[in-house]
Design a protein around this ligand. Structure first.
Ligand code: HXC
Ligand code: NAP
Length: 293
């Protein structure tokens, strides 16, 4: 057994309906696949309905599960309300909202137009707000409990990051929303948690964050103390746990899954990792020699 294996028992999500925004590609598709394997019905949603229908057919054949594909731009509240309606009409109820859809690209901030900045804020922060509000209001109105909202953020939600400032700003807002509603809406039987992934190669992210030969220039695995990037299944394992009843007492938490990447960047003396082992005798001698000077 290792991190590439599937973690939960086969029926862990049986009977649950899970809505995954951005479920037709990358990490959203990986999490959707595993939820289906664990017995859930999954609603996948994004702007591109052709892509979603293709993924629906592929995943239903692969897993034997049930998928509903719904076109929805999370920037528009009316489309999100229609998503709630379509999900309930098909599956009777919704148990989990996974806010995974995102937009991002690297750019010096002074090159961004006001609309470029807004576009990222609108997809990530406003989109998560739209879904959270529409689904939350629905659950409250229907008096339904044992609901879960899981938000995908990033580790720069708390450190910030140059060159992806709209994304960092928006993800920080999503993190604040997660923690705030974990307290406020617990009384309605909702839990709110977040996952902060480190580098997990996907086409969507790599095309926009590491275009051209940046992939070779900035080998992200070298920034990770564990010296590798993430495997989609290990993220899916964590997400499945957090949306399942096994995590019933976990609320308001953000779980980092990054091999130690952000801490390596943060620790002031972490760069001493580059000092060769054989130099430490000499360095220790030099430090000790200064004791009484
Ligand atoms: C500067 C840019 C730009 C760029 C677009 N714009 N690309 N500005 N540099 N590279 C500007 C446009 O000129 C326009 O402003 C505004 O942004 C909106 O662009 P549109 O193309 O009209 O927007 P839209 O069609 O809505 O597409 C949204 C998008 C696109 C974000 C620009 O990339 C997209 O659809 N992304 C979805 C998937 C995605 O981004 N996945 C990556 C997630 S990775 P003007 O002023 O001209 O109108 C992720 C990882 C986090 O989040 C952490 C990793 C470690
Ligand atoms: P991705 O494949 O590009 O996923 C983004 C998804 O969001 C796409 O399916 C896209 O579908 C959807 N989307 C974008 N704009 C939308 C909108 N307005 N309305 C509805 N859906 C929209 O990239 P990914 O790497 O899997 O990213 C998934 C999540 O993980 C994101 O939240 C990202 O910030 C986070 N993350 C990723 C990494 C990583 O290393 N990959 C690291 C940290 C965090 P359409 O284009 O069809 O709309």
């Amino acid at each position: 057994m290792n991190y590439k294996n599937k973690m939960l028992r086969d029926d862990a999500l049986k009977g649950k309906t899970i809505v995954v925004t951005g479920g037709g590609s990358g990490l959203g598709k990986a999490m959707t696949t595993y939820f289906l394997e664990l017995g859930a019905n999954v609603v996948i949603t994004s702007r591109n309905i052709e892509k979603l229908e293709t993924v629906k057919t592929e995943l239903e054949t692969q897993t034997g599960g049930k998928v509903l594909a719904v076109q929805c731009d999370v920037r528009h509240y009316d489309q999100v309300e229609a998503l709630v309606k379509a999900s309930v009409e098909t599956f009777g109820k919704i148990d989990v909202l996974l806010n995974n859809a995102a937009g991002n690209f690297i750019s010096p901030t002074e090159r961004l137009s006001a609309n470029a900045f807004d576009t990222i804020i609108d997809i990530v922060l406003k989109g998560t707000k739209n879904c959270t509000l529409a689904f939350g209001k629905h659950w409250i109105a229907e008096n339904e409990t044992e609901k879960v909202v899981l938000n995908i953020v990033t580790t720069y939600a708390w450190t910030g990051s140059a060159y992806v400032v709209p994304s960092a700003t928006a993800k920080a807002g999503v993190l604040a929303m997660t923690r705030s509603l974990a307290v406020e809406w617990a009384k309605y039987g909702m839990r709110f948690n977040a996952i902060a992934p480190g580098p997990f190669p996907t086409k969507g992210a790599w095309d926009r964050l590491l275009p051209g030969d940046l992939k070779e220039k900035f080998d992200l695995s070298k920034k990770v103390p564990l010296k590798r990037v993430g495997e989609h299944q290990e993220l899916a394992n964590l997400a499945a746990y957090l949306v399942s009843e096994f995590s019933a007492y976990v609320n308001g938490e953000v779980i980092t899954i990054d091999g130690g990447e952000w801490l390596k960047g943060a620790g002031q003396m972490n760069l001493l990792e580059d000092v060769p082992k054989e130099m430490w005798d000499m360095l220790e001698m030099m430090i000790r020699a200064k004791k009484n000077q």
